[in-house]
Design a protein around this ligand. Structure first.
Ligand code: FE2
Ligand code: FE2
Length: 401
């Protein structure tokens, strides 16, 4: 098994880290890549505005999720007291993975000072060193001299990681940009959106962004930071489709955009968390809703949209109705319901016909959508919510005149 090991303060993790991680997975055919935030880096001081350990870990997890299933954030250094020596980490990992080949990723500066690390001879035996250049113009000559030196002195195995795109980004530069409201979104462009959203939600690095009335790009980041990366494509697709349908059917396109961005933001909350939020805001639930995250997430996403993000009532109502439907759905509600149903990443029998119908006859498309949902649930012996049945009955009456 080939395991990549990439340590750092990840304060915050940025696209430069992400690119190097992805490149290493691809180049070496890694089976796993462990992203390991340091507790106390031996080679540098943590800055004054450093994020808490739990926040650095959470951001690293979000980045790992964005990289894909090969990558995992590991908290073993955060759990260990004292300076985070790589040698201790490798020793712990060796016990866990006795037969693995380890690839230790590091920027050039770390590579050039490798002899000053703790137990370099032990490390050289246990891992392949994988230096990479994160800045154009890094000294290739110095690199070649160091490679030769480490090979001779320690018998080190060294394989350079070529990076196609070099992002000369540093976490300190990102923190500086974040600090100033004017330059904050420039920092956001250097971060995986979910990481940026996490920073905004938790007001890290001096950001004090008001979460109400966010720009659409910040709203996206904040919403994505609450979900698994694999869901982002669906939410993006829903946004595109909702805006297109709103423009066609004469509804507010920006409201449609915002409803779509937020519609699944609580999808990954556990049931108790969903129930607690509903209780806090006095939202009444029936028996079916109380047992199902699938139904509850539309209610809780609507609560957050109203109370945390300050969205318009139309937006919140459409979000609340996007799973089960509801009698007296407005045209705007129907647009969000259908955008979620037929967005481009959806793939089921009849999706193309339903997609076309949504753009030619909204109510008929709703009827087909509701019928499809009911048939699917019945096939799986899952109870159908009364709102879904009542919505279908009502729309059928209207269409049949
Ligand atoms: Fe949903
Ligand atoms: Fe959805």
């Amino acid at each position: 098994m080939k395991i990549g090991i990439y340590g750092g303060t990840f304060d915050p993790p940025h696209l430069g880290h992400m690119e190097a991680a992805k490149a290493a997975i691809h180049y070496f055919g890694l089976d796993r890549l462990l992203l390991i935030p340091n507790k106390l880096p031996p080679h540098k001081f943590l800055p004054k505005d450093t994020a808490s350990e739990s926040a650095r870990f959470a951001m690293t997890e979000l980045m790992a999720d964005g990289i894909g299933s090969t990558a995992t954030a590991v908290d073993l250094e955060l759990l260990r007291e004292g300076p985070s020596y790589t040698a201790d980490t490798i020793r712990a990992l060796r016990t866990k993975y006795p037969d693995a080949q380890f690839y230790l990723l590091m920027g050039t500066d770390m590579f050039l000072s490798f002899e000053t690390w703790r137990e370099p001879d032990f490390l050289a035996k246990e891992v392949t060193l994988v230096p990479f250049f994160r800045e154009e113009g890094s000294s290739h000559e110095l690199f070649a001299v160091q490679t030769e030196k480490l090979r001779e002195a320690l018998g080190a195995k060294i394989q350079m990681l070529p990076l196609e795109t070099v992002h000369p980004i540093s976490s300190s530069q990102v923190r500086r940009l974040l600090h100033d409201e004017e330059t904050q979104d420039r920092a956001g462009a250097l971060l995986f959106p979910s990481v940026y959203g996490y920073i905004l939600r938790h007001h890290l690095y001096g950001t004090c962004t008001e979460l109400k009335n966010l720009s659409s790009s910040r709203l996206r980041a904040v919403s994505y930071s609450m979900m698994k990366a694999k869901r982002i494509a669906h939410v993006r697709g829903t946004e595109e489709t909702a805006v297109a349908l709103a423009l066609l059917w004469g509804e507010h396109p920006e409201y449609a955009r915002r409803a779509a961005i937020l519609h699944d933001c609580t999808k990954y909350w556990e049931l108790p968390e969903q129930l607690a939020l509903c209780a806090e805001y006095g939202v009444s639930l029936d028996d079916l809703e109380r047992q199902s995250v699938k139904m509850l997430h539309s209610k809780t996403a609507a609560i957050l949209s109203e109370h945390q993000f300050g969205e318009a009532p139309e937006v919140c109502r459409a979000i609340a109705r996007h799973t089960t439907g509801a009698p007296d759905m407005t045209r705007f509600d129907q647009i969000i319901y259908l955008a979620d149903y037929v967005e481009p990443t959806r793939d089921f029998d009849g999706v193309e016909e339903l997609r076309q119908l949504a753009f030619s006859n909204l109510e008929k498309a709703m009827i087909v959508g509701l019928q499809t949902t009911i048939a699917e649930l019945e096939e799986k012996h899952v109870p159908v919510h009364t709102n879904t049945i009542r919505t279908l009955e009502q729309l059928t009456r209207i269409v049949e005149g």
